[in-house]
Each structure stands twice: as C-alpha cells, then as structure tokens.
Design a protein around this ligand. Structure first.
Ligand code: CA
Length: 424
C-alpha cells in the first residue's frame, strides 16, 4: 500500500521544551507524548520511539501480537532507564503506534495520544484514551462534551514506563484508497475540536499542508501543550511495489526516517520569583583576617556594613518570597499541604513554611500526579493554591473510587476484547 505522509511537531505557545516524539518509518508510524517534568518527559518519549525503531529492525510488526510487543519493549526500556537514574524516576509516555499493511491499519496504543480515521469527510476516533475522564464518560458519570474541558482531563491512567508491565490496546481497521489516518498528541486534540480537525483534513489536499495547518490551528487556539501530528494518506490499495516496500521496512527505508521532536531550545529555568539579594558572602569576612595597614579597619567596617545590608536584604527577600508565593506539595509524612515560599533551593537555602495540611495523602493520587506534586504545583496566590489542593483532593477521591471499582489489572481482556474492527 502506497501512502503519503505529512508530519510536524511543535513546542506550542506555552511550554519551553517539546516532550513529544514521533516516528515515521514506513510502514510504522508513532506518536509518543512524554511526561515527568524537566527533561524526563523528553527522555521517556524518545526512548519509546528509539526502542520501537530498534525492535522493529529485528521483527516485522505485521501481526498484532508483534506490534503490541514493540510497545511492551518500549515500556521495558523506559522502566529500566527510570530505575537506574533517580532524576528520571516516575517518567512516562503515551504511545500510539500504527502499522499500515496492504489492506489494514493496525494500532497498538497506550495513553491519551490518539489515532483517527478520516474517511469520506468524516472523522472517527479509533483509539480510546486511557484517561480518568474517559473512564468517567464510559461509566456515564461525565458527558463527553464535559470531558473536553475537564480540569483533570490530562490525568492518564495508563502510560509506558511507570510499571514493569503494561497492558496494550490493539485496534484494527480496514483501509481504502483516499483514507487518512491521523496520529496526534493531546496538544492537538485538547486544543481544537473534532469538527476543526475534520474541516482541515477535508480541505487540505496535501498531507503535509494538513499537518502544518493542524499545528497552526492548535497554536491559534492557545498552543497550551506540545503538539505533534502525523497524517498518513492511503494513495492506493497494495500495489506490487507497495508490498515489496513493506516486506522489509527498516532495511530499505532507514534513509527516510524522521524521528523525534526537533531538539528543544536550551531550556531556561522558569523564573517565577525575583532573584533574592545574595546572602552567603558572610563567611568570606571571617577569613580575610590577614590584611595589614591602616586601610584594613575601614575595609573591615565596610565589609560589616555590607554584610548587615545583605542580611537585611536577604531577610526582606525571604519574607517577600514566603508571603508572595504558594505551592502545593506533600509534607514530610506525605500529606498534601499548601506551602508558602518556593519549592526550589535558592543559593542552597530553602524558603518555605506550611500554611495548610490536608487529610489526603500523596499516595492516594494517580502516579503521574504524584511526581508533579512532589515537585510542587505553584499557585499565583493562596486562593489558587487552595483551589489546586481541593482539585487534588477530589482527584484522589475519584482515583480511589476508580481503583476500588476496577476489576483487577485487566491486561488479557484489553488485549483480546478491546480490538476494534471495521469491515466494509
Ligand atoms: Ca501532551
């Protein structure tokens, strides 16, 4: 089957780094959306894509089990990396992997990146998000429209790299000439609605133009997250040459591999507070005793005055920080708490006080939220921090209820029953 491909990945308007990765290695295509804070998200998604590329060189992914195994291998690679490097602990990634063979698209899927089928002007979502809100929709506790803007819509219930084992959904759909398959990260699907996606895929003849337009539209809508799209258009059903190309995809097509997000620009640390006056010069004075001559007394006096000024400045700066910055994290015993101050060290000092402690423990939260909470979720003011705290409490309660209702891990069932078929 011959296909024409358009692909683009963009950091968006608000993020400082692109943690999405993608793979275009005909007939394999993937989108992975990493998470975990700092560089970990990027490591997770690029590890997934790299491992899939490596494994696919050893085995053709033409049958569903092999395709799922590629995703499980990627899970193992990320999990092992996170276990060996504490700074990467808790990282994870979504992965939506597509294999296009002569007549079908097969998709192996974990997380909330999506695969859509665009056929005859209509868009159909092929994958089901592994998110808390999607579960609530399925159980009838939330309307589908409400899920789109739900504050907890980014909480995912399944990801690669967070556990040694992962359950992979498989989706299977027949393809016709003219069909388009869209893979995208949630930076697209959470910024623009399906009607807009449908409109763009219907109006842009060239897949690359469609990919560019989708990214532009998501950015116009705010670009709140990294955005990655892969548009695969089926040109015709299985010509002889198309078949030959898919037999040994990697060996032949390595040259056309485009992989991963463009290297992120050097990441400036987010500066949410003014740099406080320097404090630590204090120690230096004590050691500068060796000086001789009459200048020394003045220098000493000057130094002492400087120290007093710096200390006073430091004190004011510290009070300012304590009084003007709030964040939610966990206290020493793991209870969610509102802190005033900043979670980061400043010149080796920490500035924080606990304002409020909740009855909810960090362990009640889903794994991903835990990593974020451990790093500290900042709020503009005390009100914002209190809102964050009550959202987290509600999330924990929901998550606990979900876990209680969940019939075990469901790996087998997923693999066999969640398969979706379209036979026309
Ligand atoms: Ca994302």
């Amino acid at each position: 089957m011959r296909v024409s491909v358009g692909v683009k990945s963009d950091v968006g308007r608000l993020r400082q780094a692109n943690e999405d990765s993608f793979l275009v290695l005909e007939p394999l295509f993937a989108v992975a959306d990493g998470m975990g804070g700092h560089i970990a998200g990027d490591v997770a998604s690029s590890t997934a894509v790299d491992r899939i590329k490596e494994s696919s060189a050893r085995a053709s992914a033409s049958d569903p089990e092999t395709l799922a195994q590629l995703v499980r291998d990627a899970n193992t690679a990320i999990w092992e990396k996170s276990q060996s490097d504490p700074s990467l602990r808790g990282m994870g990634t979504t992965c939506t992997l597509l294999f296009v063979d002569d007549t079908r698209a097969r998709i192996a899927h974990v997380g909330d990146s999506r695969a859509y089928l665009f056929r005859d002007g209509r868009l159909e979502q092929l994958t089901e998000d592994h998110t808390l809100v999607q579960r609530m929709v399925r159980e009838g506790r939330l309307q589908r429209e409400e899920a789109v803007h739900h504050p907890q819509r980014s909480i995912i219930t399944r990801a690669l790299g967070v556990d040694p084992e992962v359950s992979v959904d498989l989706v299977d759909v027949d393809l016709d000439a003219g069909d388009r398959v869209l893979l995208c990260s949630d930076g697209l699907s959470s910024m623009i609605d399906e009607a807009s996606i449908e409109e763009i895929l219907g109006s842009q003849r060239d897949p690359q133009a469609a990919a560019d337009r989708l990214i532009d539209r998501a950015n116009d809508a705010g670009g709140e997250d990294n955005i990655t799209v892969v548009v695969i258009e089926v040109l015709d059903g299985g010509s002889a040459t198309g078949m030959a190309e898919t037999q040994n995809p990697v060996a032949q097509n390595d040259a056309v591999v485009t992989e991963g997000a463009p290297p992120p620009p050097p990441e400036p640390e987010p500066q949410r507070i003014d740099t406080p006056p320097e404090v630590p010069e204090v120690h230096v004075v004590g050691r500068r005793r060796r000086g001789k001559g009459s200048g020394i007394r003045w220098r000493l006096i000057f130094s002492l005055v400087l120290v007093v000024v710096l200390l006073a400045g430091g004190y004011v700066g510290t009070r300012w920080m304590l009084g003007n910055s709030y964040y939610v994290s966990a206290n020493e015993s793991g209870q969610l708490s509102i802190f005033s101050g900043v979670p980061e060290e400043v010149f080796g000092f920490t500035f924080q006080e606990i304002e409020e402690t909740s009855g909810t423990s960090i362990d009640d939260l889903p794994k991903f939220k835990r990593a974020e909470v451990r790093e500290g979720i900042k709020g503009e003011d005390l009100d914002a921090a209190q809102t964050t705290l009550s959202n987290l409490e509600r999330l924990a309660a929901d998550f606990q209820r979900e876990s209680d209702n969940r019939p075990e891990q469901e790996p087998k069932r997923d693999r066999d029953n969640n398969r979706k078929s379209r036979n026309n």
